[in-house]
Design a protein around this ligand. Structure first.
Ligand code: GDP
Ligand code: IMO
Ligand code: MG
Length: 423
């Protein structure tokens, strides 16, 4: 069976966790394929909120297997904390959680290197979550990394020591004021490694291959969003992995011709956390309202998210790069009460009007061209069927579907699992 993908189309935090949880009952396996604990995926059900960082969002469903794929980077310390929380809630993850031997490990010194690199950049900092993502992927591509499978080998601690020593020298090289007690960090790290070792490690590409052969259904869960992709995002203000559809092929070992549906998920407006260009960003009352009503604070770092109007130029780009087959619109409820809404349909760029994403989208090069829409007053949060949606929202949706040439099959009207309308 083909592998379906669920991907964020903006700068992350689109609501991927919620929708993966909603869709899990249709799948046998949920698989994360890239990113790491920089992700924060929120699920709300039965009056409880859960935030997952590395563990796939299908974990609350007993019947689904949850795979952490080879493309993911794992911080054992954060992973252990996630497991402890699941244990507190009596979630029996031991049966269902499996980890690729080829996934790379985030070491304590990777986190320190992230902090040193950001401190050395000053105002030009990326706004990283400081979870060690960039340095870990650098070691992966530089062929120095330590993988989950390594910790099953006897001499792995020698490899660890050599790499940690090298990292310490690199931290010194940055010449910034980073205070740390490596011994303490290592104590915590090696304890967490023991917890990790109690889980099931697998050769995940073989597992995925066999599962496909047996007709099992698989949903690959993206982290971050297309505009944070290392190749196609707003470089250098991006993360260090391929967050787009191709990342699922390399991050799981799925052949491109085995990809089925590509679910593209986006907010009815736009948010971004961290630095980098954001053409439709608002600095007025409208932006403030989106942030307040939408509770736009990072699920990993607690930082406030920057807010702005929907950017159709960027969204179209993301649909193209990913080959999106179905769209899902999140947080439509947050826009209730706006008298009018704007959607960016083109950019003014070097005196011309363009409708594609150019090399450089910094504010000094680009100004958005907007189309106005009438807002709606109705509270959407109690609505259960598409027929209840206000006419103005239907007009907004119809416009997006036409422009993006892709159907919007799901409208989310609140954080809870139940606040989901299928069209
Ligand atoms: P993810 O990283 O893509 O999984 O998204 P996050 O969990 O970081 O951020 C999405 C936030 O919006 C979370 O706080 C969700 O609980 C919340 N959320 C998801 N869908 C909706 C929705 O339709 N309406 C509202 N108001 N909140 C939502
Ligand atoms: P989810 O999966 C939103 C952003 C950071 C920073 C940049 C690089 O929850 O959607 P990194 O830690 O990767 O070095 O940070 O990417 N970023 C995210 N923004 N949602 C995320 O994940 C993010 N993961 C990273 O804020 O700007
Ligand atoms: Mg998030």
């Amino acid at each position: 069976m083909a592998v379906d993908l669920l991907l964020g189309l903006q700068w992350g935090d689109e609501g991927k966790g919620k929708i993966v949880d909603v869709l899990t009952s249709n799948y046998n396996i949920i698989a994360r394929f890239q990113g790491g604990p920089n992700a924060g995926h929120t699920l709300v059900f039965n009056g409880m909120k859960h935030v997952l960082h590395t563990i796939p969002s299908g974990i609350f469903h007993e019947d689904a297997a949850n795979l952490v794929g080879n493309g993911v980077v794992i911080d054992p310390v954060i992973f252990k904390k996630e497991l402890d929380k699941l244990e507190d809630q009596n979630v029996d993850y031991r049966k269902s959680l499996i980890i690729s031997r080829k996934a790379h490990l985030i070491l304590p010194t990777h986190r320190l290197l992230d902090a040193a690199s950001e401190a050395s950049k000053g105002k030009a900092k990326i706004g990283s979550t400081l979870k060690g993502i960039g340095p870990t992927y650098m070691d992966k591509t530089g062929r120095n990394g330590i993988r989950v499978g390594d910790i099953e080998l006897e001499n792995w601690k020698e490899k660890y020591r050599a790499l940690a020593n090298k990292h310490e020298a690199m931290i010194d090289f940055y010449n910034v004021d980073i205070q740390y007690d490596l011994e303490e960090l290592e104590l915590e790290f090696f304890q967490a490694i023991e917890t990790l070792k109690s889980l099931k490690f697998i050769d995940s590409e073989e597992y995925i291959f066999q599962a496909q052969k047996e007709g099992k259904s698989i949903l690959a869960e993206g982290a971050q969003g297309s505009l944070l992709d290392i190749d196609f995002g707003t470089y250098p203000y991006v993360t260090s992995s391929n967050t787009t559809a191709a990342g699922a092929c390399t991050g799981l070992g799925v052949a491109p011709n085995k990809i089925g549906e590509v679910f593209g998920i986006f907010k009815a407006y736009t948010t971004r956390v961290g630095s980098g260009p954001f053409p439709t960003e608002l600095f007025d009352e409208d932006g403030e309202t989106m942030g307040r009503v939408g509770h736009e604070f990072g699920a990993t770092t607690g930082r406030s998210r920057r807010c702005g109007w929907l950017d159709l130029v960027a969204l179209k780009y993301a649909c193209q790069i990913n080959g999106v087959t179905q769209l899902m619109m999140m947080k439509a409820d947050v826009l209730s009460g706006f008298k009018s809404l704007k959607v960016c349909t083109a950019y003014k760029y070097k005196g011309k009007t363009i409708t594609h994403l150019p090399f450089n989208i910094e504010a000094e090069n680009i100004s958005p061209v907007y189309t106005d829409f009438k807002g709606w007053k109705e509270d959407l949060t109690e609505m259960e069927e598409a027929s209840q949606l206000p006419q103005e929202l239907n007009a907004y949706i119809a416009f997006l579907e036409k422009e993006l040439e892709t159907p919007i099959k799901l409208v989310s009207v609140g954080p809870d699992r139940k606040q989901t309308i299928f069209k």
